[in-house]
Design a protein around this ligand. Sequence first.
Ligand SMILES: *Cc1c(COP(=O)(O)O)cnc(C)c1O
Length: 494
Amino acid sequence: MQYISTRNKEYGHTAAQAIAQGLARDGGLLTPAYLPRLPKNALNDLCKMSYQQRAVYVMNLFLEDFSASELAAFSAKAYGPDKFDTPAVAPVHTLEDGLHCLELWHGPTCAFKDMALQMLPHLLTASLKKTQESKTVCILVATSGDTGKGALEGFKDVENTRILVFYPKDGVSAIQELQMNTQEGGNVGVCSVYGNFDDAQTGVKKLFSDEELREELANRGYFLSSANSINWGRVLPQIVYYISAYCDMVRDEKLEMGDLLNICVPTGNFGNILAAYYAKEMGVPIGKLICASNSNNVLTDFLTTGVYDRNRTFYNTMSPSMDILISSNLERLLFAVTQSDEEVRGYMEQLAASGRYQVSDKVAGRISSLFAAGCCDDANTQRVIGEVYDKYDYLIDPHTAVAFDVLARYRKETGDETAALVVSTASPFKFCDNVLGALGHKEIASGLGVLDQLSEATGLNAPKPLASLKDKTIRFDQSVTKEKMVDMVLGMLD
Ligand SMILES: *Cc1c(COP(=O)(O)O)cnc(C)c1O
């Protein structure tokens, strides 16, 4: 299968080239030239398999230049019992008949980024070998929290890789900071940047375009790469859990094979819900794709009106991983729906120039037949955490609560009571303060004390990777200005 740019479909790339390269040279996203259909009976066969085997089966449909045995080795490493705290890897929890929750936070960092970032390093290192890149790859990440820790855990001690994460000194939670500063592994580095997320991100972008740095690193045997969510190696592993969830539900008699399932996803960069769309197009009986946003509701407006307009106020919310005004992976949906690189290029040029574009009526109509959308502010997020806990004795994090609220409103407005799967993207223990607040606690413990407080309040144990933070040694405590980031990189890659 060939991979092409969403802005120019003329040049084909192999899967290994697409993953090694990350982004197309023209700024577009490298995307499969067509979506494979699941063969007849494939879903029945997949029902009998483990999560690891399902991952091999699905990825094999897209990665012609990888052998099944290669993928099996990656899958065993990425989704083994030393990484995920349940053999199901991504279990479906049922709240009541027709209402289910897909838990994507059983990995080493307790957020859904693990589902892809545990696999990406294996795909990337193999892709570099296949494309005969002999230098060591150095992954640079600017993070507002979840991605940095996910990437550190994924790349930790993976041969021929280094990883360096920059986070804003004033922009991550105490738990997120500890998670990163205690990171283990011989090939990792973590450093905070004075300022906010924008400062860290601008700094990393500057490193990528610093020709002098590139040359110096090449002399030392390194080259720079990124692990962000537009790499095909991050989208592909996400398709697997939608197919897997459907199979688990059939196997456990929550659905009959062929029954439709609506899916509601708390969305930021549009990577997660895009994978659900691909699963649907491959033949999984998925009904509506419901896109849930927080107060940063640029996608709600786009999916319902066809106008994308980033010129609006940016809100810091209690679901920070969805605080995004430019959802990069939306470009892949536009390409799938228009099948026109020229049309996508036009929209993206308008977005770059004015922050706004409007798709044609035909495209808008197609999109609104596939997707529903809604948004939920912080007050409603807290209310829903409390309600779901009271009604179902089930604790959810703020991102997941946004999706529950949007699904409830969708059902009320449309009367569509099709069985629904809400995607849960983080452990509630990652956001103890706001979850405790939602449960009515007025005084919140400081530092890691919040973990015990939430445990005591709910009788649940904090996930091991978070509970064990208190026994970990701080390995990284350096802070730099934006201007000094280049010295950090050179210091680490000697
Ligand atoms: C990254 C993230 C999201 C948003 O996912 P996208 O693929 O960017 O849409 C939602 N919730 C959590 C907890 C996340 O870490």
